[in-house]
Design a binder for this molecule. Structure first.
Ligand code: IMP
Length: 196
């Protein structure tokens, strides 16, 4: 089965393709996605943004397409950075440098708080020809360390300590992370739905 994925984020795409391989599903980035103007992510929930992206990009796809919206919700920060996770520090930077700025701001804002609990959330929306078919939500609970640890993953992974692993998502392998992650859970729900 071939499924188009609407993401320009190489970290996410790597994880989706890896999961697809295990289940014999060919996850392909939407052809030409880089030349399609990205929609503004105006929703204030992960669901709203995932639907908005899936409906928008599926108009350009020949077949079903999924889009995800994901982020980090920190309890002591009232759920922030939430839907603003990718642009929390508003640094104007991209890639690793943007991640670094976002991580520093989370650490700064969290410094006065004893409660370091947080979760990653991922909502995947599946759509065809501009209409959403279904959404799938995955979450994973962890704790934020006081400093980054581990070279792997992307975004907030090096800060996100996952107790069952005894290490951060930045120290875990992609396979280990995907087995328990918010994105892995949401994707497996979608694949179960598609093969039901
Ligand atoms: P989106 O592209 O709008 O879904 O934004 C996702 C942002 O949330 C990313 O840029 C990261 O900052 C953060 N994020 C989402 N999933 C993960 C993850 O698995 N690890 C680390 N950071 C994540």
């Amino acid at each position: 089965m071939k499924l188009y994925c609407a993401t320009g984020n190489p970290g996410k795409l790597r994880e989706f393709r890896l999961a697809g391989e295990v289940l014999n599903i060919d996850v392909e980035p939407l052809p030409g996605i880089k030349s399609i103007e990205a929609p503004e992510e105006t929703g204030d929930t992960f669901e709203a943004n995932a639907i908005l992206k899936a409906e928008y990009y599926s108009r350009f796809a020949e077949g079903p397409l999924f889009a995800d919206d994901s982020g980090l919700a920190v309890d002591a920060l009232g759920g922030a950075p939430g839907v603003l996770s990718a642009r929390y520090a508003d640094s104007g930077l991209s890639g690793h440098d943007a991640d670094e700025a976002n991580n520093q701001l989370v650490l700064k804002n969290l410094a006065p708080h004893a409660d370091r609990t947080a979760r990653f959330v991922c909502v995947i929306a599946l759509a065809d020809k501009g209409k959403v078919i279904q959404t799938f939500r995955g979450e994973v609970e962890g704790q934020l360390l006081h400093e980054a640890k581990g070279p792997g993953g992307f975004g907030y992974d090096p800060l996100f300590y996952y107790p069952p692993f005894g290490c951060t998502f930045g120290e875990a392998t992609s396979e280990q992370k995907f087995g328990v992650s918010h994105r892995g859970k949401a994707l497996r729900q979608m694949l179960a739905y598609l093969t039901r």
